[in-house]
Design a binder for this molecule. Structure first.
Ligand code: GSH
Length: 238
């Protein structure tokens, strides 16, 4: 029997985008319900997810929320479709899972946390300083973790040819890192600094940002507009 999966999502949300990347990579059919985040959630959606956030999925009628948990469930449910992460009982599987978890944790705690500060500063010099801090964090924390992922044939985490759970959980932010730095919404000094100082990370980021499972639902122009507006609002309120 085929599983029935309904994904509650919004295409501008990088957290929801994680579920899309997992589903695309696994090639699992699903229905999509777009949640309008520009207005209060309907009571029907609050019954599905009382927090009112996207993504949520209904997996054969069981509701699962929180993007990392949704993506992990999908990866664990279909190991035969794409080996996003080994099962923990496979030889070496527990260690690979731990390495991926550490990489993802590092991406968010050391890199993304700095980028989110962009809305709190106002001057060009402050934005550039965030760019420098981001690349310094990449150099210290992420570049060493990507030392085994430098082959152009196998550019993904751990020297994989295909996306892993590491890319499923970071890819939506990586594609935005590339698009939003290029368009000066996030610090525009990041691409040149990263290419020079963190070549393994930057090559990995380019491979992730152009992967069809990552670009599938990503509307670059719309995201640039949404993030630009969001940052302008945060700055006005700061
Ligand atoms: N920790 C959540 C974060 C999800 C999240 O923040 N989603 C945002 C959209 S990107 C949302 O639904 N916001 C609705 C709101 O705050 O009203 C996850 O990983 O699923």
């Amino acid at each position: 029997m085929t599983d029935r999966i309904v994904l509650y999502t919004n295409h501008n949300c990088p957290w929801a985008h994680r579920a899309h990347i997992a589903l695309a990579e696994l090639g699992v059919p699903y229905e999509e319900v777009i949640i309008d985040l520009s207005r209060p959630r309907d009571p029907e959606y609050l019954e599905i997810n009382p927090r009112g956030l996207v993504p949520s999925i209904s997996f054969n009628g069981e509701i699962v929320t929180e993007s990392a948990i949704v993506a992990g469930l999908l990866a664990d449910a279909y190991p035969e479709k794409a080996p996003l992460v080994p099962v923990s009982s496979a030889k070496g599987g527990a260690l690979v899972r731990a390495r991926i978890a550490f990489f993802v944790d590092t991406y968010f705690s050391k890199l993304q946390s700095q980028l989110f500060k962009v809305g709190t500063v106002k001057t060009e010099a402050e934005v550039a300083a965030i760019g420098e801090a981001v690349v310094a964090a990449i150099a210290k924390e992420l570049e060493p973790l990507l030392a085994g992922s430098t082959s152009s044939e196998k550019p993904f985490f751990g020297g994989n040819e295909r996306l892993t759970l590491a890319e499923v959980l970071t890819g939506s932010f990586v594609v935005r890192l590339v698009a939003l730095t290029k368009s000066d919404v996030w610090p525009s000094n990041i691409p040149s600094l990263a290419a020079a100082q963190t070549p393994a990370f930057w090559a990995w980021a380019q491979a992730v940002a152009k992967h069809p499972s990552v670009t599938g639902i990503f509307d670059e122009e719309n995201n640039i507009r949404v993030f630009r507006e969001r940052i302008a609002k945060q700055r006005a309120a700061a």
